[in-house]
Design a protein around this ligand. Structure first.
Ligand code: HEM
Length: 81
């Protein structure tokens, strides 16, 4: 399989709404979570991370510190920072 594209932080920042797409970063990976937003068990809080890093939020909400949460995230990977 071909490698995923390198995406700039500036490009990620442009994706912070359902209209423009919702992208987040995690440990150097870029994820397009647009389709997941409406399925998020924690509701609209997920939009607080839109266009940026999810680490600060996941440190506050330790419920994400589980393998099945990372499995969900990995399915939405679109690139590397
Ligand atoms: C719960 C995924 C971002 C707040 C959850 C759960 C998943 C999930 C799978 C359920 C976990 C379980 O109960 O086993 C994600 C993903 C995110 C994300 C994939 C980003 C791509 C965020 C952000 C916030 C947040 C940024 C807060 C600013 C919460 C809260 C819950 C939760 C409060 C608990 C909901 C409840 O049980 O009542 N999230 N989340 N999440 N999430 Fe997220």
């Amino acid at each position: 399989s071909s490698p995923l594209p390198i995406i700039s932080q500036e490009e990620v920042t442009k994706h912070r709404s359902l209209k423009d797409g919702v992208w987040v970063t995690y440990k150097g990976g870029v994820y397009d979570i647009t389709e997941f937003v409406s399925m998020h068990p924690g509701g609209e809080k997920i939009m607080m991370a839109a266009g940026g890093a999810i680490e600060p939020f996941w440190s506050l909400y330790a419920v994400h510190n589980q393998e099945h949460v990372l499995d969900i995230l990995s399915g939405y990977k679109v690139g590397e920072l």
